[in-house]
Write a protein that binds this ligand. Structure first.
Ligand SMILES: Cc1cc2nc3c(=O)[nH]c(=O)nc-3n(C[C@H](O)[C@H](O)[C@H](O)COP(=O)(O)O)c2cc1C
Length: 124
């Protein structure tokens, strides 16, 4: 039987709530699409099972010192890398949202988003 649902795992790290707010808005959006099912987890809580159960992953990170949050990087280096080595990340659709302090720091967002994109493309 044809699959009629798409599960997206929304993963985020957040200290002051902005990235969390965006992640929860994404969850609302995903659930509003027919067949869309969102699962949401903080980066430290994501398991290999969460990752393999999803068709796609949306990763949210605040910019920290010009790059992605360490908890997001840790999740990629631990959970994703183990799956990647077993070819279990193949074909997964990955998106990213990155937040910084002000527009002046757009270069930091660009850099952090690029790092996140590179890692995501590497893994998927
Ligand atoms: C440890 C730390 C490092 C940060 N480094 C940067 C940075 O390099 N560039 C920047 O624009 N914002 C930086 N910020 C600001 C955050 O990216 C910004 O406030 C973000 O919106 C916080 O997201 P949150 O509310 O989800 O924690 C930093 C914040 C913290 C706590």
């Amino acid at each position: 039987m044809e699959k009629t649902t798409t599960t997206i795992l929304v993963v985020y790290a957040s200290d002051y709530g902005s990235t969390e707010k965006m992640a929860l808005a994404a969850v609302e959006g995903i659930n509003s699409v027919p067949g869309g099912i969102a699962a949401v987890k903080k980066a430290e809580e994501v398991t290999a099972e969460d990752m393999t159960a999803s068709d796609g992953v949306l990763i949210g990170s605040p910019v920290h010192m010009g790059s992605m949050d360490w908890r997001v990087k840790k999740m990629i280096d631990t959970v994703c890398s183990g799956l990647w080595m077993q070819d279990k990340m193949n074909g997964k659709v990955v998106g990213a949202e990155v937040l910084a302090l002000t527009k002046r720091h757009a270069v930091h967002v660009t850099r952090a988003a690029a790092a996140l994109k590179d890692q995501a493309l590497f893994a998927a």
